[in-house]
Ligand binder design. Structure first.
Ligand SMILES: [Zn+2]
Ligand SMILES: [Zn+2]
Ligand SMILES: [Zn+2]
Length: 152
């Protein structure tokens, strides 16, 4: 992702935080920038390392987790539960409202694509799961496969 694109996304993230009545502090912004630059999922430890490279400042992993919590609450970052890594939301600069995120994970190159799935489809899935006396904590889906580039 180019620096211009990242600047645009950060500006939009600041706006949406302001609209939500919360503040994207410079540290929170740096963490989001780290993930935007990475363009792929990173663990909290990896984020702490990248943060140090980017800012030449040390940051405790506990603080990284705190800032990730904030970013997740505001749909700026998502957590992939299958590998405990974090990824910047792919729809920050979009004007549409944020959907329940679904992730397509390539098992070959580890690239992750965030797609929004039709709400009706998610509702139907949730219904059939609840029919089996199972309560869903999160409707987020993580689907493993092979991306287009790796299919060639
Ligand atoms: Zn998202
Ligand atoms: Zn979008
Ligand atoms: Zn791939």
């Amino acid at each position: 992702m180019s620096t211009i694109d990242i600047d645009k996304i950060i500006a939009q993230a600041e706006r949406s935080c302001r609209d939500n009545g919360v503040r994207l502090t410079s540290k929170r912004k740096q963490i989001l920038e780290v993930l935007l630059h990475a363009g792929a999922p990173r663990s909290a430890y990896e984020i702490a390392d990248l943060y140090r490279q980017q800012t030449t400042e040390k940051i405790p992993v506990m603080s990284v987790y705190r800032m990730l919590d904030f970013l997740m609450q505001n749909d700026l970052v998502h957590k992939l539960t299958s590998n405990n890594k974090f990824i910047a939301c792919a729809h920050i600069a979009c004007s549409h409202s944020h959907q329940i995120p679904q992730f397509l994970i390539c098992d070959n190159c580890q690239q992750v694509r965030e797609i929004g799935v039709d709400e009706q489809l998610i509702n139907a899935l949730e219904e059939s799961i609840e029919d089996n006396q199972f309560h869903l904590n999160s409707p987020q889906l993580e689907l493993h496969g092979v991306c287009k580039a790796c299919q060639q």
